[in-house]
Ligand binder design. Sequence first.
Ligand code: PMP
Length: 374
Amino acid sequence: MVYLDYSATTPVLPEVLDSYNKVTEEYFGNPNSMHTLGVKSHELMMSASKQISELFGIKESEFIYTSGATEANNMALIGTALTYRRYGNRIVISKMEHPSIYGIAKHLEKLGFVIDYVDVTEEGVIDFEDLKRKVTKDTILVSICAVNSETGVRQPLKTVRQVIRKNNENCILHSDMTQAIGKVNMNITDVDLASMSGHKIYGPKGIGLLYKNKNLVLTPILFGSEEGVLNPGTPPLPLIVAFSKALRLALKDLSKKEEQVRKYNEMIITHLRKYPDIKINTSKYCIPHILNISLMDIKPETFIHALESDEVYVSSNTACSHGKRSESVMNMYNDLKRSETTIRISLSYMTLPSEVNDFLNSFDKNYEKLKNLK
Ligand code: PMP
């Protein structure tokens, strides 16, 4: 099997799974219980949280566990909008966001907020002139993802923040960092709120977190026994400990791992350039882990299934866009065919050179076959 869909999800590392299993067996007490089993679980949770806070240089009170990035995005955008609506009703999001952000934006529109969509350049990066125009005195929140899940374009968040602050110093900046964490060096305190997910960093599914600067107040969107708590319910201790372990491992040797992935990315691009009809949807802002191409003359579904017959797994755009056109590619190139025929190849430091070769062999065989059929 050749798995090149690491941006959809990653396999769980054996040591992470060991932690999960060990905690499930040995720490089954509810961290909220008063007895010794509960206390033992609570202490373990505190130590996992301490490790996470140290990894990001934040306080333990500055993040909350969520079920993943979708929930973190919901809490961040809706929670901020409801608290700060007395200062304005405009929210800016980019045209390179994950579908979950667009879903939340639609909901916020129903609640009376106005959503302004900021343009991107052909390189996929925020159009700063447009951002300057769209951030007004009524803009309470800007949400811009750190790395786009379809193309791998990385946004310069520090510059984004400076531009926003110049127009409106109270405007809050959220970033969906799901595709950035564990792939490239990130400073989560460059923004006020950040979302991430365990299953993109070789951790389990069902856990993620939302970083929240200590000065912000979010209105809860979930309700339970304790008033004002953003994530009520029993903390999923095995997931929390496994997530903490996955984060520690993911952030280790980042540059070395990135260089390895860059070599694979370059190998694939060099190889695919021999096909004049294939468009490579990349720019200098892309991280090497995500490589997006447009086949132009072949339907991506047909091609993905052809690769699958060789046990090679890639995506069309994102797993969450359910086979629709790639909005990110559309917004970069304004070319319908290009956006409707995308293939996303997502790489990992775990990828082997032999897997890249197997992928390219399967690609050549299937591309030539399907192209000739046409
Ligand atoms: N944001 C981005 C950028 C993503 O890539 C994904 C996963 N495809 C999500 C959010 C949703 O993450 P989760 O599956 O943890 O809810």
